[in-house]
Every structure is written in C-alpha cells, then in structure tokens.
Design a protein around this ligand. Sequence first.
Ligand SMILES: [Fe+2]
Length: 381
Amino acid sequence: MTFTIEPIIPTEKQSGVDFGAIINDLDLETITPEDFDKLFEAVYTYQVIVVRNQGHVTPKTQYELTKRFDPKNIDEYGHGGMHRATESIIARDISPLPIQPQVQLLGNGVVKNHCGVEEKKLTHPSHTVFHKEILTKEQMDAGYTRFYRWHMDAALYRLNPPKVTTLFGIKNPESRREIVRYDDGSNDEIEVQLGTTAFISGQRAFEILPPEMKELAFKTQVKYAAHPYLWISKAKAHSTGLGMVSEGKELSKDELPEINEADIKIYPMLWKNPVTNKIHLQVHPAAVEDLIIDGKPVGDLKKVREILYELQRPSISPENVLAHEWRDGDFVIFHNRGLLHSVVGSLKEDDFRLFHQCNIASADGPLPVTEEDFAPYKIAV
Ligand SMILES: [Fe+2]
C-alpha cells in the first residue's frame, strides 16, 4: 500500500492558492524507492508537500532525503559557506547542526543538548532588522506582523540554486494568531498562525501576468549581484518583504570580497518545471543587480527594482499566499525553483520554535523556457 496525497483546499480568502498538498500516511525513515518516486513527482506537481507526523526523522535522514531529490548535486549546502560571513544577512538566521552540518538549525528560544548543540539561543528573524519602515511595538503587541523576506533558498553566486528545500518543524510555539500587514498603501492583510511559513507559486505568478508582462518576463534575464547577501547587508527591504528599497546603500565592489566574474549568476526570468513543463516566474528580488531585456542591460538599480516589483507584487496578494499552519512533526518539502517563500511572525522571547532545514546546491542551472514552451502565451501580431 502506498501513501495518499491530499491537495490543500484553499479557504475562500485564499482563492488563488492552487498548490500545496498534505500526506498523512508516509514514514520518511522507511520510505520505499517506489514511494520516493511518487513523492518526487508530487513535489514538482504541488510545489509544497507537507508530510505529517515525522517528529522522529533524524538529521541524517533529512540530509539523505534532500540529496535524493538531486542525484547530481555537488554535496554542498545551498549557500556553501558564504552565509557564515558575519555580515551576511543569512548568517543571522541559521547555523549548521554539529552532527550533520548540511542540516541547519533555526528557530526561537534557547536550545539545549540538541544534535550536538550544547546550548544555543535561536532568534526567529524579525522584519524589524530588515525592513526600512517597521511596525511599532504597540502594533506587534496587538498581533500585527510582516512577511520577513520573499526569497528562494540560493547563494546566487558561484553555486546553482537547490532544487528542493526540506523544512522540518520539530517544535512550534503555542498557537497565537497574527495579522500580516502589507503597509504598501493597499490595505492588504492576511491572518496567519504565529511563525507560519508563507509560500507563493511561481507558476501562478506567471499565469496572472497580463500578456505583455509575460512577454517581458520571457525576454528578460536576471543578473544577480556578486556576493548578494553581503551586497545588501546595509540596505533595507520593502514593507511587503518583496525586494529592497533603493537608497544607494548596497556595498561597492571594493567593500566586497574578491569577485570572480565567472561566478556571477545570470538566469532567465522564467524557469521550466522539469516534471509538469509548466512555466514559473522565478526571481529572488532582493539579490538582483540588473535585468537584461532583449540582450540590453537596464543598468539602473532603482528602475530594475521597479520593474521587478510590478512583475512580482500581484503574486504575493493575500489570495495567492499559502500560509502553512505548522503542526509539530510536519516535514515540508518544497520546490525551491518553482516558488518563493517567506519567514513570518513577531515571536517573543519565550515563544519556543525548533526547526531543521536542508537544501543542497545543484550541479545544474535552472531549465530555461524555450520559444516552443512560450508559444501559447505569445501575443499575436
Ligand atoms: Fe528560506
């Protein structure tokens, strides 16, 4: 007997959530090769898979399972060692597990005697250290919060983005509801569980664009900054967590470590899903330095960010956001090349949260969308 996949049934308010599925009857410690093949397909079909009741899964199993999704992986954590540079905006949020360094520890509160960690204070990332305009203490006490940062898990320099990420929710804080504010003049907000992880589908992000924006996305390449997370370490983000505000705070070339031109990543804006062949809009907006449209670089960071914001903002509207309601033992596997996700929540010191995360940089770049793939969307002339 194999397992069953239950697609997530979106609430009325999340009418645009056409992805995500839950599995209740699978043990990842003893998964058979046939069930792994089915799981593999499910991840690319549903983008986010939640396997319930996996509290017993070891870091070794998490690492090996993550690797299995990309047999040609280069056996290096998705950020390599780059995220450990103290100034990197990634270093604040994660640290390797001593007994399985490819698996990262994250959460909130003091962890003791855990997988080789004697004692460590974890801090759930807060928008207060990343957004330009932040909520007041009164607003946060009243239960308001923000999306921290919309992103895919990827170094975007030297290393290719991991194909999947596994995010294992071992322990969640006591249940409390929060309201995410967009604060961008739209009055958009969304009610979520404290410490939820928010996902949006890159496929839907593409589908909801008007035809001329689809064409623009198809002819655009995205140039990521060298050492992107150091580059933006002094810059601040939009109140929606979608990309950076342009204030000229990016580090200059001589403030960054040595740059190897060959390590700079330029990817298409549209990536093809290798299982469904569907088209995904896939851009990590905070890390972008330039857009190359029809072979011509835009060359103006403020303009670049305005174009990206216009392309991506519709995809994070409340109706399109899957805010996962974590239960202890949820093992989430997501298609890191087909969606964006964000940490959410304003946790207090005594809110305890313990998670393990793993992703592996890939040997392959993303699959580009060909003229043939794009033909159904082409505007007739
Ligand atoms: Fe992430």
